[in-house]
Design a protein around this ligand. Sequence first.
Ligand code: DGL
Length: 264
Amino acid sequence: MIGVFDSGIGGLTAVKALEKAIPDCDIIYFGDTARVPYGTRSREVIDRYALQDCRFLISRNVNAILVACGTVSSNSLPLLKNSFDVPIVGVVEAASRRAYETASAGNGVVAVLGTSATVKSGAYEKEILKYGGDVKIISRACPLLVPLVENGRVSPGDKLASIAVGEYLEDIIPQKPAAVILGCTHYPLLTELFSELLPHSCLINSAEEAANSLCVLIKQKRLDAGNGGNRTFYVTDDPQFFARNGRAYLGKDISDRVFKINIE
Ligand code: DGL
């Protein structure tokens, strides 16, 4: 059984990637919808929420955890790894490696898009620079995108989303970055909009990259990921709201598998 968590709906981008890689695995998803967004909070609060999220998943007997949240991965991953025995994978490492490889094979420019807390942590920059200092990294906090995605404003023609993304990318577009890390797991839901504005860039989906590296780990360590193809979703606020948005993204009805819980 694999545990996946995020502050809200964004982690479903990782669920989708896991489903593709290991269709039969059993997944427990936790979305902290009562406390989203995490990305505008202090590290102390993000640490506290992250510990509670992991404790909840571990209480459900998961054998591995995918931290499908760029904010938690950037700020709290070392704390989580030191606090629990199960293997825990975040979204920063694999995406950073892909970005470095892509940028150094191209014009050497990487853009990192994430929440305020992710950008403030500098985690993506640190990870990318481990591979070499020959790239230029532009980091941009995009705090309005998580609330837009949580409210289902993801269609390419959505006026508000277009204005917000356009403004965040205004000075990045002319630099034609070879690689753009969608460093918040909510952002891949806006992929069409990003692709329109950055037609020459390789968009790196941090959730997908992390899901793929978790699959490698599962095989290497022979972890039991389950084989029933079961999906259960726990949220801390309105389950039907989550199910409606989740359906639009996962392409299937999950309303009978979403449950509300309190983890505090
Ligand atoms: N999906 C989370 C992330 O990847 C959203 C953070 C938030 O709740 O602000 O950062």
